[in-house]
Design a protein. Structure first.
Length: 261
């Protein structure tokens, strides 16, 4: 009996030692796991903060450039805001995610940034441009693309500036490319830009009435505009999601320092 007690006590001692060792190992594993989690969380939070700062810097840069154009020519500045709104609406209906929609909104806001390089006498001429003046005006696409080509905080931003006057049939400028060879940002902004040009008062003419505008958009299907985008944009007009009168009121005297998201 005494021998059995001794064996039991010895076994219990070894068992407790094993359990204690396992407990220590478990505690160490839990501590190490927590420390790894804490460090990963801290790193993720730091990376998130950096990303937020980069986005904020990107927004400030976009607004600074947009404001520079606005100060040069208020009409062009307001036009760019409306085109950004229309482009975002069209892109969202086309299937862009929320982040992609925000991005094209910023790109569209800067699509005419190259007009900073156009002389005021041409930019604000109340009469039809001469062929020579028109050739100078057309350079705002390449000038804008050159200005934005190193700006990496907004994806495809230089594409919006360079390609928004290309036509689906290849008769546009500056490259004369056609169809799907025109980058998507250029094709989307082209519809929005033309629509706003027709619905706005210009120095050389008044705004067209909506029936005429709709007919021009229809006429441009497959010639000036991507057919699919043309159909989507017309559908947005018919649904009342794009209403120039409301948009003009929305952007009239708009403060360009506000958040563009």
């Amino acid at each position: 009996m005494i021998l059995l007690d001794q064996l039991f006590n010895e076994y219990r001692f070894h068992l407790l030692t094993v359990f204690e060792s396992i407990g220590i190992i478990v505690i160490l594993i839990l501590f190490i796991s927590y420390e790894i989690y804490r460090r990963k969380t801290s790193k993720a939070e730091a990376e998130l903060e950096i990303a937020k700062q980069q986005i904020a810097m990107g927004n400030e840069s976009v607004l600074a450039m947009a404001k520079a154009l606005f100060l040069k020519d208020r009409n062009t500045g307001e036009h760019c805001h409306r085109v950004a709104y229309y482009s975002a609406k069209l892109a969202k209906a086309y299937g862009f995610s929320d982040e992609e929609t925000k991005n094209i909104k910023k790109a569209a806001l800067l699509h005419d940034i190259g007009k900073i390089a156009i002389p005021d006498a041409i930019l604000n001429k109340p009469d039809k441009l001469t062929p020579e003046e028109y050739e100078i005006m057309k350079t705002h696409t390449t000038a804008g693309a050159d200005l934005l080509k190193g700006f990496t905080m907004v994806e495809h931003v230089s594409e919006g500036a360079l390609y928004h006057h290309e036509r689906y049939d290849g008769k546009g400028y500056p490259k004369g490319i056609s169809g799907k060879n025109i980058p998507l940002y250029g094709r989307i902004i082209a519809v929005a830009d033309t629509f706003d040009a027709m619905t706005a008062n210009r120095v050389y003419r008044g705004a067209l009435d909506m029936d005429q505008v709709i007919e021009e958009i229809k006429k441009g299907r497959g010639t000036q505009f991507d057919p699919e985008l043309d159909d989507i944009f017309l559908d947005l007009i018919y649904k009342g999601e794009i209403d120039p009168k409301k948009i003009f009121e929305m952007f009239r005297d708009r403060d360009l320092t506000e958040d563009i998201q």
